[in-house]
Ligand binder design. Structure first.
Ligand code: OAD
Length: 239
């Protein structure tokens, strides 16, 4: 495995919540994951309702409470995030496609990042569509308040909810895959489409390694599968 990674010059990374659990942010579907927790805490109809637009419009509090945990938790990048940033410095990363909204890849120093589930940089009013920058609603999230627009509507950060379209760049990468010689899929259940479909599409184009604690429904699509903690995996490579 080490030889394959060391000899790769253009690595495409696809990451999920499992890359951030060692920083203290829980994943969604793993044991003790966020969906289980928020469902109990807020008496949600089902865990994923926290990213459901209809539910958000009826009760935005759970989403903003979760956002506070993710954005203001002061989480630090993990060994794995830092390792990927180093590989990029060495010119060996073609693209990091992440499903995560925690910005930890950027915090680690990675630049070639596609955040395919959006993020908090900008938000939009659910009523009048007015756009806001993070600075405009940062304090509200930090203090557990729901941010409101001048018109009174609720401002929803541009995190991609179920049923919403992914950023244009995602479809650009779909149509024009970066040239890669290794696909690294890290810490994801590969349960959420269309994001997971992109990773699976790339498995047909190059050798691939999946590192994930638990078995996924798509393990058989990868050249190599390792069920291990990501930071332990990175250490085992000599980092
Ligand atoms: P999931 O919670 O579905 O999957 C995370 C996977 O990471 C699980 O299979 C865990 O076994 C594994 N894992 C956890 N800790 C790990 C560790 N230290 N080392 C290795 N593996 C570990 O998260 P995603 O696949 O990222 O949407 O979920 C996809 C999307 O579902 C998310 O982007 C989120 C959610 O709806 C948004 O945030 C908009």
């Amino acid at each position: 495995m080490k030889e394959l990674i060391d000899s790769s010059k253009k690595i495409i990374v696809f990451s999920g919540a499992g890359i951030s659990t060692n920083s203290g942010i829980p994943d969604f579907r793993g044991e003790g994951g966020l969906y289980e927790r928020v469902q109990d805490k807020y008496d949600l109809p089902y865990g994923e309702a926290i990213f459901d637009l209809n539910y958000f419009d009826s009760n935005p509090h759970p989403f903003f409470d979760l956002s506070r945990e993710i954005v203001f938790h002061n989480a630090q990048p993990t060994l794995c995030h830092k390792w990927l940033a180093r590989l990029e410095e060495e010119g060996r990363i073609a693209k990091i496609i992440t499903q995560n909204i925690d910005r930890l890849h950027r915090k680690a120093g990675s630049q070639a990042v596609l955040e395919c589930h959006g993020g908090y940089d900008k938000g939009r009013c659910r009523s009048c569509g007015m756009e806001y920058d993070f600075e405009n609603y940062e304090k509200d999230i930090q203090h557990g308040r729901v941010p409101h627009c001048r018109c009174g509507g609720v401002v929803k950060p541009n995190v991609v909810f179920f049923g919403e379209s992914l950023p244009e760049e995602f479809f650009h990468v779909w149509e024009n895959p970066p040239r890669g010689d290794l696909l690294l899929v890290l810490g994801t259940s590969l349960n959420v489409r269309p994001a997971a479909d992109l990773a699976l599409k790339f498995t047909g184009l190059m050798p691939s390694i999946l590192v994930n604690l638990e078995v996924t429904d798509h393990d058989n699509r990868f050249t190599h599968v390792i069920h291990e903690d990501l930071d332990s995996f990175v250490k085992s490579l000599g980092n």
